[in-house]
Design a protein around this ligand. Sequence first.
Ligand code: SPV
Ligand code: MG
Length: 529
Amino acid sequence: MLRSDHLEFILEAHNGISASIAEEAGFRGIWASGLALSAQFGVRDNNETSWSQVVDMVEFMADATSVPILLDGDTGYGNFNNARRLVRKLEQRGVAGVCIEDKSFPKTNSFINGQRQELADIDEFCGKIAAAKDSQLDDDFCVVARVEAYIAGRDTREALARAEAYRRAGADGILIHSSQSKPDQILEFAREWAGRAPLVIVPTKYYSTPTQVFRDAGISLVIWANHLIRSAVDSMQATARRIFEDESLVEVEDRIASITEIFRLQCTEELAEAEHRYAAGAPATTAVVLAASRGDELTDLTSDRPKTMLSVNGKPLLTRLVELCRTQGIGDISVVAGYRADSIDVKDIGLIVNDDHATNGELASLACARHAFSDEMVILYGDLLFRSYILRELLESESELTVVVDSQEAHPGTIRDDAYCSSPDDRSLWGHNVLLQHIGSDERSDAAGPQGRWIGMFRARAGGRAWIEEALDALSVSPRFDHLTLSDLLNHIVEAGHPVRVLYIHGHWLDVNSLGDLEQAGRFTAGQP
Ligand code: SPV
Ligand code: MG
């Protein structure tokens, strides 16, 4: 990037997650800023942290990213000997380069009383650069020499003399710093420097300068030096104030990153896949997703794909569902497809095709997946969207069979998934010891309910799996089998006397049956990856 034939940019980051955010935004490199690193530790930019604490954090940044990191190595944390040990340690930890400034240890941030800052002796600093360069083992490691002459109130002559000495000592690039609000010093320096070595700048103070000016001046690399820590601070202050004042999370929940987004940035899915590959023994939870239906109400939209492949905010419903399952550690996911099964191109799922989907129904689809049943499984519809905590809580259930019921939704007689339960949701108990009595729209005269709506998701452990298989066996001989639904299956299990536990939730999910649902799904997933 230093030698690139066009202007390059790197962005400040200060820990693993901010580094991966910078890379994901498109930056081809990262500035591990001394200011930002010290700030995230909650100390001053005066070498109050030890250099090994800095290197430890930069290692997390390197682990979280694949783009080069240039560490702001302050003065090299001592003399030539400290600088060369630093270079060895940075190479070992996958850091691409270090920038060393010509001040003395402990340094002070350039924007604090710059004029009072003492510059390093030129020869001493050249020795430090030479030692750093001589100690690198990887030819690609870069040492950038930072000239603080302007910061200390010196003139262009001195800046140029220093830069030239550092170039001769082996520096791969010169960072010329200025604390003025106009780029005049930088531009004058660049003119006189005339491309002798790559130039690096930090336009924190002259931020309003059009970027084209830097291009025209022949600058190689721009460092946006502190903008992630500043945006994080701003956002955290607002969130902290809001929660404190409200004594509630309601106002902030939808304004901040979702937990799922945090999981995604942490690459949780990769661990779930690795567990699937390496951690044999522990019974892994599997999922069976029923996705055979076209979604007739969505007419034109589903002419070439089932509704589960409809895109919501740029991603098919099924992909979202699969990713949600993965964040909860479910690696093995079987999808029963039917209508336009050929259009399902979601990665790493087991695709099962119900060839008779046009004439049969849900239970027949489930029967097609029987070979994929396990002693820890979740069964759910492919048109569901829900917050991940719902699946997490379902997986935490110790019952043999648990269904998820939304207690905010109960519309007696109007929808087929009304859930009649042994007691209503009293919120504090989250459905502990509440049992399912019946699912259906056939309003029951003998019951007080319905107490909610079954959302189309349930979880079975070994015993529950046995009840499901018994019920499938019993129902498959019925002449109506092809018309039966998952609700019929659950009702059969209840009627056989098995306890089916209810997990009450309060919203935070939806299923997609109509155009209106699809619009709502767009809002539901806004801001999600
Ligand atoms: C840093 O980001 O820590 C820098 C740049 O060194 S500056 O804060 O401008 O000195
Ligand atoms: Mg710094």
